[in-house]
Design a protein around this ligand. Sequence first.
Ligand SMILES: *Cc1c(COP(=O)(O)O)cnc(C)c1O
Length: 429
Amino acid sequence: MTFCQKFKFYTIKTIDQLPQYKLLSDETKQSIQVVGHVLPFRVNNYVAEKLINWQDLENDPIFKLTFMQKDMLSEHHYEKMNEAIENKLNTPSDIQGIASEIRAELNPHPANQLEANVPSLNNFAIPGLQHKYRETALVFPSQGQQCHSYCTFCFRWAQFVGDPSLKFATDQAKSFVAYLREHKEITDVLITGGDPMFMNAKTLALYVEPLLEKEMSHIQNIRIGSKSLSFWPRKYVNEPDTPNILALFKKIVDSGKHLAFMAHVNHWKEINTEVCHQAIENIRQTGAQIRTQSPVLKHINDDPEVWIKMWSEQVRLGMIPYYMFVERDTGPKHYFGLSLERALEIYQLAIRNVSGLARTVRGPSMSTTVGKVCVESISKINDEKIFVLSFLQARNPELVKTSFFAKYDPSAQWLDDLRPAFGEEFPHI
Ligand SMILES: *Cc1c(COP(=O)(O)O)cnc(C)c1O
């Protein structure tokens, strides 16, 4: 088996060193430069060499997943940044200032995450922790606030653009551990980012090992959210740190807790390589389970056939499809966004054509301030066409698995665009 070389990544400043970059037209290069000064850009050698088909970029989902496209900024923002870059009188800090202004207009923290879900202990906010749903806490390790490659749609984009006020991350003292010890209602810890699997085994262990202590017996399930399985599978196959990573996974499983590797996979092409198949096998060998999730995105996977093939392949390879999300209202939402009606149609057409084993996947789901809202169906009650919505997860646990109704609106892309049906109100927090 031949696997790719050592990890190398390219940023907006070094992208011209990527061998394939010279295949791009001047126009494409300019778009990458302009948009890449606003939204975070990073691509690695594996994604560039193994996942992108450079002969057909027009139709390549992985290219659009990792390389900026002109339409990812509004015309107005694009022109503003283009002028800033072209105007040679501008200093780098002028360009930074303009980038910050544009970012602020792109709703960097949807659903008010920066304030709404950060818990406190003895009246101090715990940095790098989010506790929104009773049984699950999210940990954002400070060393895991980057990824092997950045996805252009990522709702966490603000984490990567260097403005500290836009970041979540744990502190040196790891005060999250004290919080988790005290909160016995928490059964699940989701280590997230960025990508926690950007960390090496030694650093990851600093976050995992406290969870295995005796006072943490209420923590039953550890989840690790990661894109690395598809964007840097070699991590689980043949890097010097591979045995340590796999041993750490095994240690979690041997401690009696469940380890769920939450793999972000947006397209079946990401899980179609030999090295990825080996990585899946090696992770499963540790006793961890791999569950998968992805938003449904225009230009990337807005086709039921893509989902049918993706979920079928995942099940065949031993993974469990978990969530289909609706793209959040942040960053380049206008580029990736789909109507709720279309998202539902894609989900329905796909789910009807896969094995029952793949129908574990729930969605399309919107992560709103109140909870995860699933678009269940479009229906008609008393001659009124409506969306049937339900809570998959909710800040108020009483709302889980309850339904509510919205007036049918073919253009709505998010809960905020919908109006309640039958003169009722939407559930509140
Ligand atoms: C989705 C999510 C969870 C996990 O919810 P599950 O239903 O257990 O998968 C936890 N916290 C936040 C903030 C989430 O968005």
